[in-house]
Write a protein that binds this ligand. Structure first.
Ligand SMILES: C[S@@+](CC[C@H](N)C(=O)[O-])C[C@H]1O[C@@H](n2cnc3c(N)ncnc32)[C@H](O)[C@@H]1O
Length: 494
């Protein structure tokens, strides 16, 4: 059986083809295929940009559109529930998955609004009879993919302190409110088909009821691979976004909806780069482990970290210990004898460089703060490296200009005011010896630097990063160490 399923290119009208889903709770077969989703994402982006979509259009007839929404919205929900189940299972042991679970609940809520967006009259006339004909007690409780999700979400929330689980809790509550509102609006009398048929809600569905539900919504259970599941979901999301862009969310009271949530979700799903990310997401547990795998701090480094922590919020400016170890190692590996640092603060990075110097080596470090560098001086003294450190107080630009213009610096480190980075780069690169290293800290700026619309310091960092990449005198890489560390080497032949 073919587990990889290619979704055909988007056609002018959104289709209502069967959905191929693996059994919920099963692991999709290992597969390296990449089912194409770019064409769907292009259509979806066009629709969210306010242009009338020229593909994947929903039916113009309101009755046909109500049926279309019921089917396409359910399909998307089934696939989202499969993602949600996996994410909740991950979140049982990994709190970093909590936010993703909350986002998936929000997507599910939006799909609820879409699926049940027709008027009560239209629902009574076009949707309900089809389900009654299928079975007089036809019920949403028979949906395989949703089974056990509510209990699983509760188990995850119980696992963590309320504050940590708050985004998920809020998303679950919002989802319950949306569910109740949509149900009350579509069936003003309130009774479901299940209740009308004299059956009690909450009873475990039989396999036949599961199958009946799948048949009604044209769902075929096949062990399709992850990429095939993604391609089918992106297609449904594109259909939904195109429909909303053209017809508004409700046919009885049309209004446009900018569907950022669905679009960004589809983009994230469809991004092939997501599958290429090899860097692990950091958790506190993983970070604690990582620290055990670095050279331990010396007693002076330990005291300096504690003393800096006592300064309060500003302590976050200090580089973390594993970065100190890296700086010491890079100093040793390159055999650096002259290091120039911009941004001393309480001296942790200066100390790290000094610990890597050969006898007779020197760190020149600059800062504008007498107070913070006072703490640094004491630490260098205690560590026995004070003789190899030259602290120059004053604006870094002036200090760097005052240094010899000969290319004698072996290693330089930028860790001061972010708008100054480009100037410091311009002043340091010519003073760097061929083969010398220039390191720059905070080059991800909490992740904001990746945003083309970022502002403030993140914008300055983004401009700096572009400058680094454009500079042919240097070869460089940006590493996800702490807040991002650029390692740039001056080419031997500029
Ligand atoms: C992020 S901290 C440096 C942290 C330090 N590398 C460490 O590992 O602890 C930035 C430092 O840059 C200094 N600074 C800010 N603007 C400056 C400027 N124009 N010239 C020199 N130093 C500056 C601040 O006083 C502050 O101490």
């Amino acid at each position: 059986m073919n587990r990889c399923l290619t979704v055909p290119d988007p056609s002018p009208y959104g289709e209502t083809t069967p959905l191929h889903l693996p059994e919920p709770g099963t692991t999709p077969p290992a597969c390296a295929c990449r089912q194409p989703v770019e064409a769907d994402l292009r259509v979806l982006r066009t629709a969210t940009a306010g242009t009338r979509p020229n593909a994947l259009r929903a039916p113009d007839d309101p009755r046909a559109r109500a049926r279309y929404r019921w089917l396409v919205g359910h399909h998307a929900a089934f696939a989202v529930w499969q993602h949600l189940r996996r994410t909740l299972e991950t979140a049982l042991d990994d709190p970093t998955a909590l936010l993703e679970a909350a986002r998936l609940y929000d997507v599910y809520s939006v799909l609820f609004l879409y699926t049940g967006s027709c008027s009560p009259e239209r629902y009574a006339e076009t949707i309900r009879p089809g389900m009654t004909a299928r079975h007089p007690a036809f019920s949403g409780e028979w949906a395989r993919d949703h089974e056990g999700l509510t209990a699983l979400a509760r188990k995850v929330r119980d696992q963590y302190p309320a504050a940590l689980a708050a985004p998920l809790t809020d998303a679950v509550r919002l989802n319950q409110r949306v569910h109740m509102k949509v149900a009350a609006r579509l069936v003003p009398g309130g009774a479901s088909l299940l209740q009308d048929a004299g059956r009690q809600p909450g009873r475990h569905p039989t396999p036949a009821e599961h199958d009946l539900y799948d048949t009604h919504f044209a769902v075929h259970r096949l062990p399709v691979c992850d990429s095939s599941l993604t391609a089918q979901l992106v297609r449904r999301l594109a259909q939904i976004v195109c429909d909303i862009a053209e017809h508004g969310l409700t046919d009885h009271d049309p209004h446009p909806l900018t569907d950022d949530l669905l679009r960004s979700f589809a983009e994230a799903l469809g991004s092939p780069r997501m599958q290429d990310v090899k860097t692990v997401s950091m958790t506190t547990g993983l970070y604690d482990y990582l620290l055990t795998q670095a050279e331990p701090p010396t007693p002076v480094q330990r005291r300096l970290m504690a003393e800096t922590r006592d300064l309060g919020q500003v302590a976050e400016m200090q580089i973390p210990h594993e970065q100190s170890v890296l700086l010491t190692l890079l100093t040793k590996i390159t055999g650096a004898r002259l290091v120039v640092e911009v941004g001393t603060f309480t001296g942790a990075s200066t100390l790290a460089f000094a610990l890597g110097l050969p006898p007779g080596g020197q760190v020149i470090t600059c800062d504008i703060s007498d107070e913070w560098t006072g703490i640094a001086r004491r630490a260098w003294q205690d560590a026995g490296v004070a003789d190899s450190v030259r602290l120059l107080l004053g604006p870094a630009e002036e200090t760097l200009r005052s240094l010899s213009e000969d290319p004698v610096i072996d290693l330089a480190f930028l860790d001061a005011d972010k708008p100054g980075y480009e100037t410091y780069w311009d002043l340091l690169v010519p003073r760097l010896r061929p083969g010398g290293l220039l390191l720059a800290d905070n080059v991800l700026y909490g992740g904001d630097a990746a945003d083309p619309h970022c502002t403030g310091n993140a914008r300055a960092i983004r401009a700096f990063n572009a400058r680094v990449r454009a500079d042919e005198r240097m070869e460089s890489v940006l590493l996800p160490v702490a807040d991002g560390l650029t390692v740039a080497r001056k080419r031997d032949t500029p």
